[in-house]
Write a protein that binds this ligand. Sequence first.
Ligand code: ZN
Ligand code: ZN
Length: 334
Amino acid sequence: MKAIIYEGPEKVTVKNVPEPEVKPGEVLVQISYAGICGTDLNIYAGTHPRAKAPLIPGHEFSGVTMTDCSRFPKGTRVAGYPLLSCGHCDPCKTGNEHVCDTLGLLGIDCDGAMTEYIPVAEEKLVKLPDAMSDKLGAFVEPVAVTVHALRENNFVPGAKTAVFGCGTIGLATALTLRIFGAQEVTMFETDGSRATFARTMGFEVFNPIGLNMEKFAREKTDGAGFDWVFDCAGVQPVANVLIDVVKVKGHIVIIAGYKKPAELPLIKGMFKEISIGFTRVYRYKDFDIAANIMQREPDYEKIITNLLPLDEAKKGFDLLTTPGTGAIKVMFKI
Ligand SMILES: [Zn+2]
Ligand SMILES: [Zn+2]
């Protein structure tokens, strides 16, 4: 079968490799679509601490089951829950397998989905609703991140919200907030083309550079500041203003993975008595919820900007690492 192989920093090739061995309890899935995630870009750059070449990347995927299993018949359209938890550490034993002490992922700690077939543990398959396209099926994973961010932090409907960053996760967070009943979603983005793109989904988007953010946030919210603020950017200039835009007793959720240590003006947080929450990946339940609510919001599909065949592996990664391409979510159609 054909597979994209990460061979070292900025080196991906497409090769023929043997079909994977299917262990007891696993089901072979024929991949339909596989997306490139920010994590895959870290792998491609050679900066991911765990990914070791040679590796087939890919943890965002949809496909079709090749054999019957106890849950579904052969031919069922599925997405795969890609987390690998140890099962015996304290988080695993207390119902928090998604923050396992040694959490691994398909496509990082073992071969992933940028290929034709992958074995997936039966209990990690998520059946796609009949009306959902295979393409959108490969987008359940990033949406599950946003569903988890809201559920795990006890998001309250009716809130006035702000989202920093109009990349895949920022846009998906904003759309999930719509489904979860946010009263308003205001977005912040410094990249003009990304801001324009977010506006096509009906969001108000502002460039924070040069704005007095505290004043702006108060004006935008009848004086109080935002109830909930979501950081999907993960850069210092955003960390500087998160507490300025949130209201007294408000909530900040850090969804972004900060690549460098950041400073936060914590004294401001003390004065406002705010809470700051963090979120990592998703529970199986979040994944299942994501698959089942996504059809209510047709704009999710717009985030998938580019589809390529497996043979154009390098082009896929280049689209996301070259400024100005307009690419947001790039997927391989397999
Ligand atoms: Zn991902
Ligand atoms: Zn564990």
